[in-house]
Design a binder for this molecule. Structure first.
Ligand code: NAI
Length: 332
């Protein structure tokens, strides 16, 4: 099998794991591009069979038309979410889309818990204080997680793993999902989204971004929440209306916010901007709150998950070329 693959948004760690995975697939010829795939960079795809993309690549209709003209027949996502792909256009122009449906969901679940624990017990602040010889505890008080009501919105692979960890902490776990998981129902209580909004001390988002979930957390829903609620989002940034969230933080309705994803992250995340002027004032405002913790989309970033992503992505590409791509990994 001979297959030319263009890997976009490629960092050194992607290249390393994909090179290792490709040792088992001698016909796979990988070309690595650090740039994201978008209208400007799509000209690099001439002669490729497959483009391999990640969360912040722009695969809209005009990019898809250009890909089809270049001879590309397959878009291989090396992630689970596919909100950045125009699936209708892909279908119209005959491009297959594959993804990695589950790669260590525990990695993202554990990161959501890390955000919760750090925000609550303020270990990031304690670390800095102790290094400076400041052993004062003022401002570091948290709450006991045991016994708290935690709402898990979306109980697919990651939400389920998160719910199970929270059960281990002794939390009362409430879940909502249009497709409840029967194995989780024995351990946790399925309820409505509104009940979660109104009664939970912590809410963690694990549903996909789509037309129905865009700005799921808006002014109206923030106002329904308990005063001082902790909100965690490791899913996709646009689940939260960030402007409404800033108002919620200013009014102290939101007690703390932990996010691994941000609506406008595409122009910031995965790149070193430490010497740049950041022009995104909404992001900068978020950074000013002492009770906001932001990480740069690293929930997936464990050794195990990266190996799984590379192996499954390469297998998807090879199976597509051989006409044996499984329905499970196919988006359309
Ligand atoms: P999944 O497809 O296994 O589960 C998603 C669940 O959400 C499904 O059970 C679905 O029925 C449910 N759902 C859909 N609409 C809902 C709604 N309105 N309210 C409540 N539940 C709803 O997906 P998985 O693997 O658990 O991933 C979840 C999301 O996490 C992905 O869509 C992706 O955006 C994000 N993600 C983030 C990563 C990171 O590094 N931060 C890494 C991997 C995924």
């Amino acid at each position: 099998m001979q297959c030319k693959i263009g890997v976009f948004s490629c960092q050194a760690y992607d290249q390393k794991t994909l090179n290792q995975a490709s040792e088992h697939h001698k016909g796979a010829e990988l070309k690595y591009f650090e740039t994201t795939l978008n209208e400007q960079s799509v000209s690099l795809c001439q002669g490729l069979d497959t483009v391999c993309v990640f969360v912040n690549d722009t695969v809209n209709e005009s990019v898809i038309i250009a890909l089809a003209k270049s001879g590309v027949r397959h878009i291989a996502l090396r992630c689970a979410g596919y909100n950045n792909i125009d699936l209708k256009a892909a279908k119209k122009y005959g491009l297959c889309v594959s993804r990695v449906p589950a790669y260590s969901p525990h990695s993202v679940a554990e990161h959501a818990i890390a955000l919760m624990l750090t925000l609550n017990r303020k270990t990031h602040r304690a670390f800095n204080r102790v290094r400076e010889g400041n052993f004062n505890l003022n401002g570091l008080m948290g709450f006991t997680l045991h016994g708290k009501r935690v709402g898990v919105v979306g109980t697919g692979h990651i939400g389920k793993a998160t719910a199970n960890i929270l059960k281990g902490f002794g939390c009362t776990v409430l879940c909502c999902d249009p497709q409840p998981d029967s194995s989780l129902a024995a351990e946790c209580t399925y309820t409505s989204f509104d009940d979660i909004l109104q009664t939970c001390d912590i809410i963690t988002l694990h549903c996909p971004l789509n037309d129905d979930t865009f700005h799921l957390i808006d002014h109206h829903n923030i106002n329904q929440m308990k005063d001082g609620v902790m909100l965690i989002n490791t899913s996709r940034g646009a689940l939260i209306d960030t402007k409404a969230m800033i108002e919620g933080l200013k009014s102290e309705k939101i007690g703390s916010l932990g996010i691994d994803v941000y609506e406008q992250e595409a122009s910031l995340f995965f790149t070193d901007h430490s010497m740049d002027i950041i022009h995104d004032d909404i992001f900068e405002r978020l950074q000013t709150f002492p009770n906001v913790l932001i990480t740069g989309h690293q929930g997936f970033f464990t050794r195990e998950a990266m190996e799984e992503i590379a192996t499954t992505t390469l297998a998807n590409i090879v199976h597509f070329c051989q006409g044996t791509l499984s329905e499970h990994n196919r988006v359309i």
